[in-house]
Design a protein around this ligand. Structure first.
Ligand SMILES: Cc1cc2nc3c(=O)[nH]c(=O)nc-3n(C[C@H](O)[C@H](O)[C@H](O)COP(=O)(O)O)c2cc1C
Length: 315
């Protein structure tokens, strides 16, 4: 039996909540333990950008957040779970502010490449494991998520799925399925929209299947979504085009690629090496944590900073 956590960022008993619960109930029927959190009920303060969490980890500590609120409830629930299913409404083409707040609060502080190194170095130095980052972060986890948008036109949800990866990528959660429910305003409530409810049952089944293969990385990670997308790693459809218009980049993964046009279709090509350095994978995360550790300038680089800032000391 595994633990499946469901998070809804929508209104109480509205579309997202019922959809998450439908997927969770499917997992429960398969014998898993489920837990549901309505994120909007919690007190979540915005990240102030103090970076005490990352600095704490780099200096060999636990890397906790200094803010006092309910974030620890979700943090502990995610660390405890084996699978995470979440749904978020579309607000202005992107996930809600609360969703982004949670990503900011958990992103850098839960980055697997920071945490793994901090834990390994700390244990090797004989430190008390309780004073190091939560070691449950090292266990494999799978995830699935969906967006909900009222708009009938799909492009009003344009930045949803790519942005929703921000909740899973730093923690290294292997996303096996995503789904976009657009046109929600044409239905009084999703509970009366059977195809979408069935798709949530399917999402639950995909998570159950992935949970049956936790020790087999390839099978655990296997994409179970309906849509292959242009990127073979995140399966999203968004591309950034280079200024010279010759190359492309997946903005979710940060992988560079090329493209060809065959029979009028744009075909994106990402080499195995570029796929491996996706920030959804450990190598991509390590690349970023290394650049932070090696390139970040300290105050000694600008000894006259106080003087330079003087003209701006006003409000
Ligand atoms: C402030 C605000 C902005 C919204 N912007 C969009 C949008 O850009 N695209 C869209 O498809 N729906 C948009 N919607 C509609 C919601 O995504 C929709 O009502 C959704 O069902 C809410 O999820 P819930 O029912 O789980 O609470 C917006 C709603 C609100 C309140």
């Amino acid at each position: 039996m595994s633990k499946v956590l469901g998070l809804s960022f929508g209104r109480k008993m509205s579309n997202c909540e019922v959809m998450v619960k439908q997927a969770l109930m499917t997992c429960q029927e398969a014998g898993h333990e489920i837990r549901f959190i309505r994120v909007n009920d919690l007190d979540l303060k915005d990240c102030t950008g103090c970076i005490a969490c990352v600095l704490g980890m780099i200096r060999g500590g636990k890397g906790g957040c200094v803010l006092k609120d309910d974030c620890h409830i979700i943090d502990d629930a995610i660390m405890d779970c084996d699978a995470l299913i979440f749904g978020c409404p579309t607000f202005e083409m992107t996930p809600t502010g609360t969703f982004k707040t949670l990503c900011d609060r958990l992103g850098p502080s839960h980055d697997l490449s920071f945490r793994k190194v901090a834990i390994e170095e700390g244990l090797a130095a004989g430190k008390d494991p309780d004073k190091l980052p939560d070691q449950r972060c090292l266990k494999p986890r799978v995830g699935a998520f969906f967006s909900v948008g009222g708009a009938m036109t799909k492009n009003w949800l344009a930045f949803m799925l790519p942005t929703m990866y921000c909740l899973t990528l730093s923690m290294g959660i292997d996303v096996v399925d995503t789904y976009e429910y657009h046109g929600a305003m044409a239905h009084y409530h999703v509970v009366g929209n059977q195809p979408v409810m069935d798709r949530m049952t399917e999402m639950g089944k995909h998570v159950v299947d992935a949970l049956a293969h936790m020790d087999d990385e390839e099978e655990r990670r296997r994409w179970r979504g309906d849509h292959e997308g242009v990127c073979p790693v995140c399966h999203c459809d968004l591309l950034t085009v280079s200024q010279d218009k010759k190359t492309i980049e997946c903005p979710v993964c940060g992988s560079y690629g090329t493209f060809t046009v065959e029979d009028g279709k744009l075909i994106a090509h990402f080499t195995e090496a570029e796929q491996a350095r996706s920030r959804l994978r450990y190598a991509g995360k390590l690349e970023h944590s290394t650049e932070i550790k090696t390139c970040a300038a300290g105050p000694d680089q600008l000894p006259n900073v106080k003087e330079l800032l003087k003209p701006y000391q006003w409000e």
